[in-house]
Every structure is written in C-alpha cells, then in structure tokens.
Design a protein around this ligand. Structure first.
Ligand code: FE2
Length: 573
C-alpha cells in the first residue's frame, strides 16, 4: 500500500469520535493540537500550504462533542497573508518552497503547535510564531514587530516580512520567554545563512530581541531549538537544502549533508545584552542530520540531548506527477506533492555535549534495519519531566518504497542500498529509555495501510500533585501517562491510546470517527491542558507594519485590500 490517499484528499472538518475498543482512561485530561498544511493552493510541494490547527479533546463531551464522544476540530489559521490570499488568490504564485506574492512573504504557520502555559501558538520555519485564541483557535497575532527582529531576513518587498526562523521555538520555564532564531544571508566568513538567537518575553508580544552568532555561516536551516537550564542549543538540521537551480525551474542536484554544525549559547551571555550585539557560540559537529532533538533540562552533569536522526531523509525532495518509485511503478497521484520518504533506517542517539572540552560523548544509540521513517516523538514537556526524562516514545512509519522516487535514488546513488528499499515494512510505536536509548517497548503495525503519525504524551492525573507545574502529571518523565497515537487509514482515522509504561501491550483504548472520517496530513502534535480565555498581554498588530513605505512596494490596485485586512485585524481584539 502507498501512504493513505486521504492524506491529500480528506477535507478539514469537525467531527465526533467514539470509543470502539478498550476503555477510556479516567485520569487523562486536556487536549492534543496538531498542525496541518491545507490543500488549497495547488503548490508543487504541499507541506508549504496554508496552515490549519486541529484539536482533539481527550475529555468526552467537551469542545462541542456530544455526551460520551470526543471532538476533532479544525480551524484555518487566518494570518494576514492568508486573508490576502482569500481576497486575491490569483496574485499568489507557487514555488517549490511555497507561495510568492506581491504582498511579501506570507506566514503559513502550518508545522507545529506550541502550547505555552495558558497560551497557544502555531509555528513554521519561514515566519514568526503565530498566537491563536485558546478557545476558538482563531488567529490573534504574530510575534514581534519586524524591526525588533532586526528587519526581514531578505528584503523581498511588500507588507509581509520574510522572517526565516524555526518551526520549534522552545519555551523557557524559568525566564518566561521563547527562544528561537532568525536566519539571514551573509557573505562572510562564507556565503551562507547567519543565525541570530531570538528571545521573546512572554508579557510583550510587540517586540523580540536578537543577537547574531558572530562568525557563523552555513547553508541550511534551523528547524529545532532546544535548551537546558543554562544553554540554548541550535544546529543546522542538515536535511533541507535550498537548491538555486530548482528555484529557477531547473533540476535539483543538491543533497543533504552527513554531518551538521551545532552551536551552544549560554543564556546568561545575552542577559542584559543589547539587542543586535553579536555573540560567540560554542561549536560542535554532529552526525547524522536530524529533524528534532531534545535536551534534558537539568545540565548539572552535562548537556544531554536525544538526537532524532534523519539519515538520508531529504526533506527538500517531494514527489512529482512524472515520478516513478524505486520499484519502477508510477507514483500514486494522491501522493504527489508529499515528501520523498526515508531512504535508509534512522539513528536515535543520546549524546552529551561538553562545552568545556568541545567533545560530544555518546551515551546510547539505537538503529535497526526496521527503523525507517522515524517520524516524530512523544515526551513529557513539563519542567519536572524535562528535568528527569525517563521514556522517549518514537513513531516509525516503516519503509515506503512507493514514496521514494527513482529520481531521488539516482541523486543518492552510492549512499543508499536499493535492496533495502524494495519492500514495505511495518510501522511501530516504540519506547526508549532516556540516556541509554535502550528499546523498552515496541508495538508493531503490520497492516501497511496504517499510516501512524504525530504521537503526543498526555501525563496521568494532571493537577493531582500539590505544587507541581501545570503540565505535570503524577509521576513526570514520560512513563506515567498515555501516548496518543493517530493512525491514518483510508477506512477511517483511529486514535489509539497507549499506557506509556506498557506500549508493547497495545492500545488501552481506540477512538474512531462516528462516520469513519479520515483526516488530511498532519505534522506536529502537542499535548496541553485545556484553556478558554485569551491571556492578557501586549501584542503586535498587523497595522503596525503597514505604512506608506511598506505599501509602496505593493501594486496600487492591491493596497486597498491590505488596508482592509489591517482594519479587520484591528477589530479582532
Ligand atoms: Fe518539526
């Protein structure tokens, strides 16, 4: 089976689910939010399309569900760019890296959701974090006036600045800020992107502060930001490379790296430091390239990081209508525009970065023939859980030759073993011990029509322990709670709920849509407690960035719509 056709054909909609197997746990609470690119613009690469946020309530009868049922909701994120697209879709073009427009660089906010205390954000790599209303999930604001970011990453004109950032800012529970990045092209020391560390303080969304990393230039992107109590950890993800030929209509030839640079910055180093002042990071090299990495909060005995390798997973490659797969079969039309899947098994490794010596020490590593398409993971994000992480839950989607193009295989000739890519293999949800990366549990999905995706960890008995933080359950770390595992299948979405300490025993409860509804492609998942009110804070208004100067580069006949959107957003809050 190829990946489910519903990943690209299912509509975004609200529906109810019901328990079809097992028993729903009484000590589960909150909700899981998911990011999802919509299929609206006919972009060649669908993961760049306008974002929706989806929400699954884990408490029956809430968020509009019938009694005893569970609600799935989907809301389009109406950023200023999306509102302009609604009015003038014909003014937007499509490139292999998303929309182009005379309005500037639209924020699609389609990659990850970030519950931060009682606030909710949606993020992506090519724009600022976007705050959403915790009740309605409607767009509220983007984070930080462009001037406070030090200007656009590249001056592309228009009223929508281009801020090349990270899809995974990280929330600092002690400093009450978000840490993220801005990338901008430089010619020194080499032609490439220079990262800046960016800090957004919780109370004031009208501005951020930024500090360029002195002497650093690389060709890639920073998809993830991680942290310990004292350090921010940045790295070149290594698996998404811009290709100039491709951007101008030619063939992509660029391939991903085998090693990537990593930068550590002491949080204290920017305390009180004027925004814009260069800082010097501590530099390391890591392998393989990664999608995501997560540091233990406690760094008293080293900066310990679980590194989710994306070995030979080139995220810049997508399936085209004229592609054949590695077995010579035409690619399923419903898979066109989705990403080219992993071409090798993937490595999970925990390492310790030693800032004093510059060494990287390996604590534990896991890689088997079946560890294809390490998609995403689930962990306990409470500060207590991050301090003493116990289990790290990983979703492997299995090998999918139907989603690996022969074109990609040719590009990676000599780096891949084609014999390993001939057959589909089952997906599996696995639990690893933090530190040793020992496999503690594995639940296999032998039906390859099951596409397992985007897991989240929901702690058990949240709020039951006096003095614990808002996201903490009874026994934090990743073992005491539930793994919420969506299973996409053309016969209907299933939400499988596992006891996190016994994933190998299979789900304890399964939800299914009352009409066997399917869902489109979802990207990241995040668990959080339920909130209803918009927090009191200063926020950026779109109108603050619309002025005579920015409007001057927008064609005259479109300026009225810009003013209209600015007024519409001014009335939101
Ligand atoms: Fe991600």
């Amino acid at each position: 089976m190829p990946t489910p056709r519903s990943l690209t054909t299912a509509p975004h909609r609200d529906f109810d689910l019901e328990v079809v197997a097992g028993e729903w746990p009484a000590d589960i609470s909150g909700e899981v939010t998911y990011s999802s690119p919509q299929n609206l613009g006919g972009l060649p690469y669908r993961i760049f399309d306008w974002g929706s946020i989806c929400r699954l309530s884990l408490e029956p009868g809430t968020r509009g569900a019938a009694p005893g049922r569970f609600r799935w909701q989907s809301v389009s994120i109406e950023t200023p760019g999306k509102r302009l697209w609604n009015r003038h879709p014909e003014a937007f073009g499509g490139s292999p890296i998303g929309y182009t427009s005379p309005f500037g660089s639209a924020n699609c906010a389609n990659t990850a959701t970030l519950p931060w205390g009682n606030r909710l954000y949606a993020t992506w790599d090519a724009g600022r974090p976007v705050e959403l209303h915790p009740e309605t999930m409607e767009f509220v604001s983007e984070v930080g006036h462009v001037d406070s970011w030090g200007g656009s990453s590249m001056e592309l004109g228009g009223v929508l600045p281009f801020l090349f950032s990270s899809a995974h800012p990280v929330a600092d529970p002690e400093r009450h800020c978000l840490w993220t990045v801005k990338l901008e092209p430089v010619i020194e020391p080499t032609f490439g992107m220079r990262p800046s560390l960016v800090r957004y303080d919780r109370h004031d969304g009208t501005q951020v502060r930024h500090w360029p990393l002195e002497g650093i230039s690389f060709s890639g992107s920073i998809h993830t930001v991680s942290q310990t109590r004292d350090w921010v950890i940045l790295c070149d993800s290594g698996n998404f490379k811009a290709d100039a030929d491709e951007m101008f209509g030619g063939e992509r030839t660029t391939t991903i790296d085998e090693t990537v640079p990593v930068w550590l910055i002491r949080k204290d180093a920017v305390e009180g430091l004027a925004s814009g002042t260069p800082i010097t990071p501590v530099c390391f090299t890591m392998s393989p390239p990664n999608g995501h990495y997560y540091a233990r909060w406690d760094d008293s005995d080293g900066v310990s990081v679980v590194w989710e390798g994306m070995d030979l997973m080139d995220l810049a490659l997508y399936l085209r209508p004229d592609d054949v797969d590695v077995n010579g079969n035409p690619v399923d039309p419903a898979a066109v525009g989705l990403y080219n899947m992993a071409m090798a098994p993937e490595t999970l490794v925990e390492v310790v970065f030693e800032p004093e010596t510059g060494k990287v020490l390996e604590r534990g590593l896991f890689k088997e023939d079946w560890t294809f398409n390490l998609q995403l993971s689930a962990m306990d994000w409470s500060v207590e859980g991050m301090t003493n992480p116990t289990l790290h839950h990983v979703t492997y989607q299995g090998c999918r030759p139907g989603s690996i193009s022969a074109r990609a295989a040719r590009m990676y000739e000599g780096r891949i073993d084609l014999d390993q890519l001939r057959e589909e293999t089952p997906g599996a949800l696995c639990s690893f011990e933090r530190g040793s990366m020992e496999l503690k549990a594995r639940w296999e999905y032998p039906d390859t029509a099951d596409h397992i995706t985007s897991p989240a960890f929901a702690p058990r008995a949240v709020g039951a322990t006096a003095g614990s933080s808002a996201f903490a359950g009874r026994s934090p770390g990743g073992h005491e709670g539930y793994v919420i595992q969506p299973v996409c299948n053309d016969d209907g979405l299933r939400i499988e709920v596992f006891d996190a300490s016994r994933v190998g025993d299979g789900p304890v409860a399964v939800l299914k849509g009352t009409n066997n509804e399917t869902i489109p492609l979802i990207l990241h998942a995040a668990w959080g407690p339920s909130h209803h009110e918009l927090a009191d804070a200063d926020r950026l208004r779109f109108s603050a960035e619309v002025n005579d100067e920015t409007l001057a580069s927008v064609p005259e006949e479109l300026r009225g719509s810009v003013r209209e959107v600015a007024e519409e957003l001014d009335r939101l809050w």
